[in-house]
Design a protein around this ligand. Structure first.
Ligand code: ZN
Length: 158
């Protein structure tokens, strides 16, 4: 069931209403460093991040929401035998609003995001705009808050 979020102010100054899945609260944003961890303005989950993106630039918010909705639909339907998919851990790019497995995932190794964060650089690179320093790893969990759900995307991005 979807719920309506508080209407953020669009980049053109107009009010927009967006409907977001409650599941977005289960996408935790992993702080890049101790400074981000201590920053009370840093969104802790994708629901909060989406509102920030919409307020900064509605097109970034819309892009992010489109990608996340596609992921949730793919997850709900299950990948069909006709879909070529990539499975891994995703990042949120604050520069363009894209969410995907990083373009430089091969540089990152196989470690879980928490371990990768402590080993940065290299920083995760956005698969869309190639930005490296304005991204955060995402950790999507089941409602129990502990069971991690991998990111699934159609090959070549969502
Ligand atoms: Zn990007």
């Amino acid at each position: 069931m979807a719920e309506a979020a508080a209407p953020p102010l669009g980049s053109a100054g107009s009010l927009v209403t967006i409907t977001v899945s409650p599941a977005l609260s289960n996408f935790k944003i992993i702080p890049k460093d101790a400074e981000e961890e201590a920053d009370t303005n840093m969104p802790k989950d994708m629901k909060a991040a989406l509102l920030v993106l919409y307020n900064v630039d509605a097109s970034k918010g819309e892009r992010c929401k489109t990608v996340l909705d596609a992921y949730l639909q793919l997850l709900a339907a299950g990948p069909s035998g006709n879909n070529r998919i990539s499975v891994g851990q995703a990042i949120l790019c604050w520069n363009c609003g894209h969410v995907a497995i990083p373009a430089n995932i091969d540089e990152m190794g196989e470690a879980p995001p928490e371990a990768i964060r402590k080993a940065m650089p290299p920083y995760a690179q956005c698969a869309s705009c190639n930005e490296r320093e304005q991204s955060n790893w995402l950790c999507f969990t089941q409602p129990d808050g502990e069971t991690i759900v991998p990111w699934i995307q159609k090959l070549g991005g969502v």
